[in-house]
Design a protein around this ligand. Sequence first.
Ligand code: 13P
Ligand code: SF4
Length: 337
Amino acid sequence: MADIHTDDDYKKIILQKGFLDFSVNPSLDLFAEIEKLKKEKNAIVLAHYYQEPDIQDIADFIGDSLGLAQKAQSTTADIIVFAGVHFMAETAKILNPHKKVLLPDLNAGCSLSDSAPPALFKLFRDKHPQHVVITYINCSAGMKALSDIICTSSNAQAIVESLPADQKIIFAPDKNLGAWINKQTGRNMLLWNGACMVHEIFSMEKIIKLKVRHPNAKVIAHPECEAPVLALADYIGSTTGILKYAEKNEAKEFIVVTESGILHQMQKTNPAKTFIPAPPNNTCACNDCPYMKLNTLEKLYLCMKFELPEINMKNELINAAKKPIERMLEISASLHL
Ligand code: 13P
Ligand code: SF4
């Protein structure tokens, strides 16, 4: 690799690759180095449950999308290092426009977010001017700017129910979560046709076969899964909801129908219980989110050391996207969620 001397050189690498790709000395104790950088820079590391185990272990806070947004809103750190995907880091930046928000790899996108391009969604929204737009947080800032209220999987039902029963609603971008909320609430929200590639890959047939082999196992699923899979579940909820259920429920075995990263916390908090990842409908390891898993401990270390890649956004977009996020946080706080 050519000699690198200036900030501009680092920025060029980020533009080309999306992350700093220097090789890290393998004898370096990355855990100790990251702890040192946290203190030196007054930085906080926020991690989603789908991150690799090492990242979860070094994080100051691990949570679901709602917990992470709430933590991003309340932190007093100067630098927020987001070990998650782009829309999560973007949400942290929207809530903290004056803070530095870092994401170890800018390529950490989201298939669900990609399924809702703002320009197309605007045409759809404009055809339904009487509808309130509730948008799942797994979307771009451009989508958030076109929305009235944001929600996550842990507060979606409560947000929908906070509106009058006869209020017309558009729900975007996840059709599976939207359909599940329609079923739970008896509403008839108009659904955008988006989905998550990881949660749509689970095989109903293979879960049924697993259930035959483990008749006492509870099936716990994320609401981004398709309806036939959700119909098999004993509990449906956000990543935090699933974790809490596994902790409180007396069963000894659980079939886990969401991204496999969550098994790390489940096993850590419940060492005597068995967690079986639900199989995908083919032989690949598709229950790993390819975007979440782009972040590594090495990239996290480099990103903290060089304070790159950074999330930057135009003020106009920040202001437009902030309103519906704050509305969600206000409703959640009033309901103690
Ligand atoms: P949670 O809000 O449950 O953490 O879900 C985030 C996500 O990306 C699910 O695919
Ligand atoms: Fe997006 Fe699905 Fe990955 Fe979650 S698991 S970040 S919804 S692609």
